[in-house]
Design a protein around this ligand. Structure first.
Ligand code: R5P
Length: 295
């Protein structure tokens, strides 16, 4: 049987699948260098599921270093490593937007491969310009946690005449997935333009009626919150009855949560691909289902 290597996040996965867990000790030296140590329990299986997410408020570069060091370390000991990275760091830089910039997501994919991953799996990485297949030459999978968010919404909230909105053109896929589970036929996308120099965004709502409707905005990420705030503020101005946000990855930087709360939303819910105060939905369910299917 395969074993699991990972942080505490992997514990539930190992328990549900009845696979042995070798917990990672995530040591950090005073100068910030990391030293992740696989605490091997007896023998290490020749096939490993490696699942690691960032610790609460962990610097993502430190996390990436831990991730790559552990992969490489495992690669020196075992034949197969099925690597899971719930939040794919650097995925948003999926091309060199301006001359002289790195094609970061491609470089990260190459590092993951060079460190020995046999396959790579993540959750709701956006595909504005690149699909995972274009980044990786090993088998890669992009799981979706949108259905888990939608099921959570269905069980806990009552929405009146809901419209599910993606806050940019690509997010319409997630809006539809969410709408299908809620049994709602109204979904649409906001058009968004981002200034590459300043990072500022401009959003244009679709020409539909928002009046007296409950608006649910579904996206992959809330980082600065600017995309979500802009969409929510505009739908409110256009007469929305209530506004709610459902996202997969709560990156939450630059007071994103405070900015959102000022709009008095009905709900702001995320998964736990990253630890946050709004991480109410367990994205590990998607990982567990995926591993189950391969066992
Ligand atoms: C971008 O295309 C993504 O889908 C998100 O909408 C974006 O990353 C959110 O970023 P922020 O919260 O900083 O506006």
């Amino acid at each position: 049987m395969p074993d699991i290597v990972g942080g505490r996040y992997a514990k539930k996965i190992s328990q549900e699948l009845n696979l042995k867990l070798h917990l990672l000790e995530r040591r950090v030296y005073p100068d910030s260098e990391v030293c992740p140590r696989v605490q091997v329990q007896g023998e290490l299986s020749d096939t490993i599921y490696f699942v690691l997410r960032p610790k609460k408020n962990q610097n993502l570069n430190a996390y990436l270093t831990e991730y790559l060091f552990t992969l490489k370390n495992l690669n020196e000991k075992v034949s197969n490593i099925f690597a899971f990275m719930p939040y794919f760091v650097y995925a948003r830089q999926d091309k060199a937007f301006r001359e002289g910039e790195p094609f970061s997501s491609k470089y990260i994919a190459e590092l993951i491969e060079q460190c020995g991953a046999t396959t790579f799996t993540t959750i709701n990485v956006h595909g504005h310009r690149q699909k995972l297949d274009n980044l990786f030459s090993i088998h890669s999978q992009n799981l979706s946690a949108i259905s888990l968010l939608a099921e959570y919404a269905k069980q806990r909230f009552q929405f009146e005449k809901p419209i599910i909105l993606g806050p940019d053109d690509e997010a319409v896929t997630w809006a539809k997935e969410f709408a299908d589970i809620l049994g709602v036929d109204r979904y649409d996308a906001v058009h968004k333009e981002r200034d590459l120099e300043t990072g500022e965004i401009e959003t244009v709502l679709p020409s539909i009626t928002f009046e007296d409707r409950d608006i649910i905005v579904v996206d992959d990420i809330i980082a600065t919150g600017n995309t979500m705030v802009s969409t929510m503020r505009k739908t409110k101005k256009r007469g929305a009855n209530s506004i709610s946000a459902f996202v997969v990855h709560p990156v939450l930087v630059k007071n994103a949560l405070e900015k959102l709360k000022r709009l008095k939303p009905n709900a702001i819910i995320a998964t736990n691909t990253l630890a946050s105060p709004i991480s109410k939905v367990d994205a590990r369910e998607a990982i567990i289902e995926n591993i189950k299917a391969s066992l």
